[in-house]
Design a protein around this ligand. Structure first.
Ligand SMILES: [Fe+2]
Length: 287
């Protein structure tokens, strides 16, 4: 297998041999070292994608069933395609800065994406390396941030499900708060695999920041989001990386070190991707 750097961030892996433990280990190391790995020429069916996820960690079932693939529920489907009037998965997912499961007590370690249909225009996913973003902060702002706690919730971005139509909004919000109560994490999180410091705040999931006395600091949250490019409407901030991909690519990324956001395509062009997310409980020394 050949690993080569790509412009901006991440690496490209060519000639991956699925049965090779050495190759799987190399992909995993590359995901943590370089954040993004594009594995070329991988045409997997849902069961194959799940199997690939099992090589990297423990695949997780998403807590909301409307996203599940009908044949392999661990496969999360993002799609604007409906066949015979039936919608597969959920359209327009993740069009805001977040990391996957950031609102849960334990976010996923690795995200794996298999693009199935890729639009011609406005394609790809935007990324921000939150380790690099923390390094670039003004030292005083970094110090203040490191003494605070960030609170994450899916409240603002929760997608109304078909069965929610005609339900009182207050009931839906109460259900969200019961199933996924706000999660507190250090604003500057120690990466569980690499030990690096991650500025773990995103525009989509972080509701507020509290200082050591428990006082909300919306001003600080805004400063951090702005410094990390998450409030840039043009996505031109220097830390933002646009990752393009094609059908047949398999993307693997470090879900804790990176914030991501999918590009919104306003056209009716079909777009579909399958996702597997894993927890990685392998001993860190093994890497
Ligand atoms: Fe996502």
């Amino acid at each position: 297998m050949k690993i080569s750097p790509q412009p901006g961030m991440g690496v490209i892996a060519e000639g991956f041999v699925p049965g090779s433990d050495v190759d799987v280990r190399t992909l995993k190391q590359a995901a943590y070292r370089h954040r993004i790995v594009i594995v070329k020429e991988q045409h997997l069916d849902p069961a194959g994608l799940l199997e690939f996820g099992r090589r990297l960690g423990t695949p997780q079932l998403y807590y909301e069933p409307i996203y599940h693939h009908p044949d392999v529920p661990e496969v999360f489907v993002s799609s604007n395609v409906s066949t015979g009037g039936r919608q597969l998965g959920v359209p327009k997912t993740g069009q805001f800065w977040h990391s996957d499961y950031q609102f849960m007590p334990r976010p996923f370690d690795l995200t794996i994406i298999s693009p199935r249909q890729v639009p011609r225009e406005r394609r790809g996913t935007l990324f921000i390396d939150l380790v690099e973003a923390y390094r670039r902060l003004d030292p005083e702002l970094a110090r203040v941030a490191s003494e605070t706690v960030a609170i994450h919730t899916p409240r603002r971005k929760f997608k109304i499900r078909p069965d929610d139509v005609y339900r009182p909004i207050g009931d839906v919000l109460a259900e969200i708060d019961t199933r996924t109560p706000p999660v507190r994490q250090p604003t500057v999180l120690r990466h569980p695999r690499t030990g690096e410091q991650v500025l773990y705040v995103t525009e989509g999931a972080t509701e507020t920041i509290e200082d050591s006395a428990g006082r909300p600091r919306p001003d600080l949250l805004e400063q951090l989001l702005s410094a990390t490019g998450q409030l840039d409407p043009a996505d031109e901030h220097p830390v933002i990386h646009l990752q393009k991909f094609d059908v047949g690519d398999l993307l693997i990324w470090d879900n804790i070190a990176l914030a991501h956001r999918s590009l919104h395509n306003p056209t009716a062009e079909p777009a579909e991707s399958w996702r597997i997310t894993v927890y990685d409980d392998e001993p860190v020394t093994a890497l």
